[in-house]
Design a protein around this ligand. Structure first.
Ligand code: UFG
Length: 329
């Protein structure tokens, strides 16, 4: 049994590959290395460099490696970029995902895990959002992912492809052993930006909006440690392999932190009082997104190990220091 991990050289995909190879699984990584890094890929995995939209390549990989599960991570993930380049997002995230799904169906692969997103909820009226909260995405990014959820549901019905769509909330942190983390230099995500600022890689940072209807006026998000997220994938894979039902699961802890709380914690953990500007709202940011996170616990028996923002920030800082030391060497 071999797992095909698309996007296995990316931030989250590389953690999945490490978890699988740590568990003794055979893994094939398919990545075009447009945003991924070969050094993040577990040396125990086989790497196929190529385009996940290449149907012939997919068919060959699935046949040659006797793939029994696909974990499909490869995607573009920047919401504002998706607004500027919707067709690029629909090609990469939707059309190419369709190719991966078709190859899985054609190759008789029984199990499929898909990286979905909380962005499918858009500006949900009910909070916390449950898996049955209407999915009304407000960005091309969210729509590009929601369409894949629909394809998977239809492929399950028509072809018996058993799949889990995992809706990620705000993923942060890094492998506690320091083997992988977020390596993109121009990342936009809050915790990455804050730790880079703490380490002097940015002169300062801005809080995007302090007039939201939240206790301190800044936006609230449900941050989840990347290793807990990956534990959920591993549990999801075991669930599918033993014939468990597919479906949709929120991946989050079920409680939120504000932007100002995150920044204060990064200052405390790093010991650096870096410059912070209180700025205007960033277009498209909902005030608060917090998950109802019961279904994933009851379905997969998943229990987080790092449900503590200070631990997440500590691991993100450790990783950023490693990157700095590597660049300096
Ligand atoms: N923020 C700042 N300053 C920064 C960076 C971020 O104030 O320099 C704020 C944002 O405005 C937002 C919060 O920090 O209020 C979190 O922002 P991120 O960019 O880290 O994450 P988002 O909540 O915008 O996005 C995340 C995922 C997306 C997903 C989305 C779903 O990263 O992939 O949640 O809502 F689509």
């Amino acid at each position: 049994m071999t797992v095909l991990v698309t996007g296995g050289a990316g931030y989250i995909g590389s953690h999945m590959v490490l978890a699988l190879t740590d568990a003794g699984e055979d893994v094939v990584v398919l990545d075009d290395f447009s945003t991924g890094f070969e050094r993040l890929v577990s040396p125990k995995a086989r790497i196929v460099r190529g385009d996940m939209g290449d149907q012939a390549l997919l068919d060959r990989v699935i046949r040659e490696h006797r793939i029994d599960a696909v974990a499909h991570f490869a995607a573009k993930i920047v919401v504002p970029e998706s607004v500027a380049d919707p067709l690029g997002y629909y090609l990469n995230n939707t059309v190419k995902a369709r190719a991966v799904i078709e190859a899985a169906v054609r190759g008789g692969v029984p199990n499929f895990i898909f990286s979905s997103t909380a962005a499918v909820y858009g500006d949900a009226e009910e909070m916390p959002v449950t898996e049955t909260t209407p999915a009304v995405p407000v960005s091309p990014y969210g729509r590009s992912k929601l369409m894949v959820e629909w394809m998977l549901a239809d492929a399950a019905h028509a072809h018996g492809l058993n799949s889990l769509a995992l809706r990620y909330f705000n993923v942060a942190g890094a492998d506690p052993a320091g083997r992988s983390g977020q390596a993109t230099q121009n990342a936009t995500h809050l915790i990455k930006v804050a730790v880079q600022t703490a380490l002097g890689l940015r002169p300062g940072m801005t809080v995007f909006g302090t007039d939201y209807p939240t206790p301190d006026g800044s936006c609230i998000r449900d941050y989840i440690h990347v290793s807990d997220l990956i534990d959920a994938h591993v549990a999801g894979l075991a669930h599918l392999r033993r014939g468990g039902a597919g479906g949709i699961l929120n991946c989050a802890y079920g409680h939120g932190s504000s932007v100002l709380e995150v920044i204060d914690l990064v200052k405390k953990v790093s010991g650096v009082d870096f410059p912070v500007t209180l700025g205007e709202r960033r277009p498209g940011d909902p005030a608060r997104i917090v998950a109802a996170a019961e279904r994933i616990r009851s379905t997969l028996g998943w229990r987080p190990r790092f449900d503590d923002l200070e631990t997440i920030v500590t691991h993100a800082l450790d990783w950023e220091r490693r990157l700095l030391a590597r660049d300096a060497a």
